[in-house]
Design a protein around this ligand. Structure first.
Ligand code: AKB
Length: 317
């Protein structure tokens, strides 16, 4: 990677990935792509170039790639799972139409492409525990449908045109920087904000519902390491299971109460999010990522909880 375009640079992953890549490759080499209404601000705006790049507009992608001599595209534009259910047509337009535009520009200009997939690409009939890399997948959400289709399309562009496409299936991502918005796993971010603000947390996911989660520093490392990996050991490309921790609401609640003993949580289950969560794996098997490009998480629940509370205290109090 020398010159990188991040599409969706002001979102939950993009805002941190852009800054991390600028720290590694130099600010001038990392272009923050954004849509109108979600402009970069502060450090994100000042530390490097930015360009209007709407993933649904192939000409805008092409113009930015040519202008900045981009060799790698991080395609982070997407609607998360719960919001995608309220706008399925738009979710398809961004998730699949957008991906097609990115892959076409990459084919023409010789770029590598990273497009995140998700635990949401599995469905009700996939094995629930230690879900394998290669298994039956039948998601019934538009989010899941775009993730499975996106993986297939990305592999197609690799096999058919030699476009260097790579991807990981992200678990729920937890961060103190930018809020996710519209996901099924968002509760595992919101709970920390309530705890640090001294508020009672209303949990939208029922006790006993396990999902894979990951602290953002590990997720950023995964997104960078897979693109830097030497591909000769790859048996897979789109997309690798990666995992760090799996918990239900009771377990994260207890982990926070270890540091904030008077924190209180009650349940107010959201039926849409609950249904989606129940269709997802309890935990993923990430052996292939470990073997094929050396993936290894650094944060467990306790290490993440200590850091989240400390960082949010700095930001909110
Ligand atoms: C969501 O909840 O929609 C995302 C995801 C797990 O892909 N965080």
């Amino acid at each position: 990677m020398k010159n990188v375009l991040i599409i969706g640079s002001t979102g939950q992953i993009g805002s941190e990935l852009t800054m991390k890549l600028r720290g590694i490759y130099g600010g001038g080499n990392i272009v923050a792509g954004y849509i109108r209404g979600a402009e970069p601000k502060g450090e994100l705006l000042e530390s490097g170039p930015s360009a209007v790049v709407d993933v649904t507009d192939a000409a805008q992608i092409s113009e930015a790639v040519r202008k900045y001599k981009v060799d790698t595209i991080y395609n982070l534009a997407a609607l998360l799972s719960a919001v995608a259910e309220s706008k399925p047509q738009l979710a398809w337009k961004i998730g699949m139409g957008g991906l097609f535009n990115v892959l076409e520009v990459a084919r023409e200009c010789g770029c590598a492409v990273f497009t995140p997939s998700s635990i949401g690409s599995f469905g009700d009939d996939s094995p629930k525990d230690k879900t394998p890399q290669d298994t039956f997948r039948n998601p019934h959400t538009m989010y899941g449908v775009t993730k499975v289709s996106g993986e297939l399309l990305s592999d197609y562009y690799f096999y058919r045109f030699g476009v260097d496409t790579r991807s990981v299936r992200f678990p729920g991502l937890i961060s103190y920087v930018t809020l996710p918005g519209g996901g099924t796993t968002d509760y595992a971010v919101d709970i920390y904000y309530s705890a640090v603000r001294g508020e009672t947390f209303e949990c939208p996911i029922a006790a006993g519902t396990f999902m894979d989660m990951m602290y953002m520093p590990d997720a950023l490392r995964a997104a960078i390491e897979i693109m830097e990996a030497e591909p000769s050991k790859f048996k897979h490309r789109n997309s690798f299971n990666i995992a760090a921790m799996s918990f239900d609401p009771e377990i994260i609640y207890a982990a926070i109460r270890k540091y904030i003993p008077d924190f209180n949580m009650v349940y107010k289950v959201d039926s849409l999010r609950q249904k989606i969560a129940e269709s997802w794996p309890n935990s993923l098997d990430d052996t292939c990522a470990r073997e094929e490009w050396g993936w290894k998480p650094e944060y467990d629940l306790d290490a993440m909880t200590r850091d989240m509370i400390a960082r949010l205290r700095e930001r909110l109090q």
